[in-house]
Design a protein. Sequence first.
Length: 212
Amino acid sequence: MPDKLNIAVFASGRGSNFHAILDAISAGSIPDTRVVLAVSNNSEAGALAVARENGIPAMHLSQKQFPSEELFAEAMAGALKDHGVNFIALAGYMKKLPSAVIRMFPGRVVNIHPALLPAFGGKGMYGIHVHEAVIAARSKRSGATVHIVDEEYDHGPIVLQREVDVAESDTPESLAAKILPIEHRIYPEAIRLFAEGRVKVLGRAVTITGER
C-alpha cells in the first residue's frame, strides 16, 4: 500500500483548485489523503481563508520576509517537515518553489497549468496571460495539464491532460471559463492516482498503472 498523502497546498489567489481538492477528499474520491498545510506568498489570498474555514493550518510565507533566499528556503522546508508533509500541490502559486524544497520531494510536487504543455508554458505564462497567448496564436485546442514540478517553469513530466476546443469567438476570459472546470476535474484525479500509488516516474516519463 502507498503511504498516505499529507499534502501542502501552495496558492497565491482565491484557491478554487484548492477547493476542488478538498471537495474530492471530503467525498472520498481521493483515498488516504489529507491536506495538512496551506501556504501562500500573499497574506490576503483567498486560499488561506479556505484553509482556515476547513481547520487546516494556514501560513503566509514570502521571500520578502527573509534577508536571503537560503533562509527563505530553510523556513519553508522547516514548516513542511513540522507538518509532516510528503506531497506538494501547487494550485495557482505564482512563485517558483526553492530548488532545495523541490529536491526534498522528488516526483511528489505537482502543478496545474491552464494550457496543453509543453505549449504556452514557461516564465510569465500564468493566469490570463496563458489564454491571451493561446488566442493570439489562433490555436484550435487548449486545455489543462497536471505535471510534476522540476526546477524549470512548467517543464516537468506530464501526468494528465484534458483538451477543449477554442472557438473563433473565444476571448481570453471565455477560454479561461471553459478551462477552469477541467482543472477542477483533473487535478483531484491526478492526486488520486498518486494516492493509489499508480504514478511511476522515470526521468521525464510518467507511467500510470492500472485501469483509469
